[in-house]
Design a protein around this ligand. Structure first.
Ligand code: SAM
Length: 322
């Protein structure tokens, strides 16, 4: 069965997201700690569901790749083609391969892998519990399952300190309410749960995983002159690109999808038009101010909660494990 409301992640703006946002997503030492807690060993078989361009493959490769196998599964043939090509570099001639398939019907046999993972997949699915059950089905008894998922809904309500032009309290409350309605509509349309992270431990427990644990991404994400880290300089560059190089077609598409979700969440058409008007007015006024700050090196943004989690659990061994 195909998931409802599925987006094509090979489209320009979405593909760009899974390239740009991956560059400094997790710190290496956090990946090392996760790998050690999962007891990853070289030579194992790892499967990545909704692999996109293979980010989890190249990120965890140094912990299992020698003599090991990585299989990336995704429903987008276009992304898989690119992922295959990119893997030639990071897998260094090792065994990395890619397979077209659905998260809710993974084309692999039972107890196939030692380590099954996904990142920002469950948040886009109508039935995340079915995908999780499939991930568990293909994992060997005693094997590890890992889901890296954000709570974007909570993060979008954060109020970080920054040099951006401020907005009034009334406007802020208006945005907050709009996000919540939009996220509700997104869920109702089967496009996934933006606040999925807070539910993942329960989903894992209900699905029978044991020794469930979680870590929080510890990237602070602040941008502070003189921009000493590569990650800060990269974030500024991406922000400049985003403000400078508008793509009106993509914006139109984004608003169309926003409208569908907002209305499905119970919002009214007139409120949708007010949101759009406010957003466009703000963009008009603020873009130059922010770009000037970026050019002059005075832009700053305080740390904001990432709300991005790594959840792990183990498939019980055949002898009843508690
Ligand atoms: C946000 S991207 C994440 C990609 C990758 N895991 C990463 O972190 O860079 C979501 C990915 O899941 C894939 N996807 C979405 N729904 C799927 C489904 N039902 N079955 C298989 N793949 C799916 C998309 O094609 C896309 O590549």
């Amino acid at each position: 069965m195909t998931e409802k409301g599925k987006r094509d992640w090979s489209e320009k703006d979405l593909r760009k997201m899974i390239v740009d946002q991956r560059r400094f997503l997790w710190r290496d030492d956090m990946i090392d700690r996760i790998s050690s807690s999962l007891n990853l060993k070289h030579g194992i078989t790892a499967v990545d569901i909704g692999c996109g361009l293979g980010y989890l493959g190249w990120t965890f490769w140094r912990h299992f790749g020698e003599g090991g196998t990585y299989i990336g599964v995704d429903c987008s043939e276009k992304l898989l083609t690119d992922a295959r090509e990119m893997s030639e570099e990071w897998s260094n001639g090792g065994n990395a391969c890619f397979l077209k398939g659905e998260a809710c019907y993974i084309p692999l046999q039972d107890a196939f892998s030692d380590f099954t993972m996904c990142q920002t997949l469950l948040m886009h699915l109508e039935r995340p519990e079915t995908a999780l059950a499939e991930m568990i089905r293909i994992t060997k008894p005693g094997g590890a399952v890992m889901c890296m998922e954000p709570d974007n809904l909570s993060s979008s309500l954060a109020v970080p300190f920054s040099s951006r032009p401020s907005i009034t309290l009334k406007e802020r409350m208006f945005w907050f309410k709009a996000w919540i309605i939009w996220a509700e509509g997104r869920k109702r349309l089967g496009k996934g749960d933006y606040g999925i992270a807070s539910k993942v431990p329960k989903l894992m427990a209900d699905a029978g995983l044991v020794r469930i644990d979680s870590r929080v991404n510890d990237i602070p994400g602040f941008i502070q002159p003189p921009y000493e880290t590569e990650a800060q300089r990269y974030s500024l560059e991406k922000m400049r690109e985003h403000l400078d190089e508008r793509d009106e077609e993509e914006e139109k598409r984004w608003w169309k999808e926003y409208k569908e979700c907002f209305i499905a969440g119970g919002g009214s058409l007139s409120t949708y038009y007010r949101i759009r008007k406010l957003a466009e007015e703000k963009r008009e006024v603020n873009t130059e101010i922010i770009l000037d700050q970026v050019r002059s090196g005075s832009y700053y943004a305080g740390p904001r909660p990432m709300g991005f989690f790594c959840f792990t659990g183990f498939v019980p061994k055949r002898t009843k494990e508690k």
